[in-house]
Design a protein around this ligand. Structure first.
Ligand SMILES: NC(=O)c1ccc[n+]([C@@H]2O[C@H](COP(=O)([O-])OP(=O)(O)OC[C@H]3O[C@@H](n4cnc5c(N)ncnc54)[C@H](OP(=O)(O)O)[C@@H]3O)[C@@H](O)[C@H]2O)c1
Length: 134
């Protein structure tokens, strides 16, 4: 397949993050955690994913306690996996990106069902080893 030169940019930038559903992997620490907090402050709904669920839960609690009254539009209140109206801004999903296909699929399905859709994925999971240079 030939790659067209100078093809017009198809993706439009998001000028308004309010209400966008963003799934962030590696959300329990480091950059992923900070991405979640910043995106939430910008009005996004957050699906925080990683292996350490207690850390994810405390992050979600922190986000759900933020004051969103300054944000204009009423964000949708979709249905959670339990059938309840989902009014939280952040939910935690256990996910091991190195797990098998079935376990990843289950985690993604659960994540999807919380808000009914996912607008984007920040696939940040990983680790950074600090080595000293001599
Ligand atoms: N920090 C930097 O300066 C820097 C520079 C270049 C690139 N990066 C990249 O940016 C990403 C984040 O770096 P960081 O410094 O924020 O790392 P970090 O503080 O070590 O955090 C790593 C995150 O990834 C999660 N994670 C690790 N293995 C996972 C797995 N198998 N499944 C799901 N989640 C997993 C961890 O959560 P759990 O342990 O709870 O699963 C944790 O939330 C990494 O991919 C790193 O390579 C960072």
């Amino acid at each position: 397949m030939a790659i067209q030169e100078h093809s017009p940019l198809k993706l439009e930038p998001w000028n308004d993050l309010n209400g966008k559903v963003v799934m962030v992997t590696g959300a329990s620490a480091g950059l992923g955690r900070e991405f979640c907090l910043d995106l939430a402050r910008a009005g996004c709904k957050i699906i925080a994913a990683a292996r350490r669920t207690s850390r994810l839960q405390s992050l979600c609690d922190e986000i759900n306690e933020l004051d969103f009254s300054v944000l204009s539009s009423a964000l949708a209140s979709p249905i959670s996996p339990t059938g309840a109206v989902e009014s939280r801004r952040a939910v935690a999903v256990e996910l091991d990106v190195c797990g098998n296909g079935k376990s990843i699929e289950e985690s993604v399905r659960k994540a999807w069902d919380y808000f009914g859709f996912i607008d984007t994925l920040v696939n940040n999971a990983g680790f950074r080893e600090c080595k000293q240079f001599n």
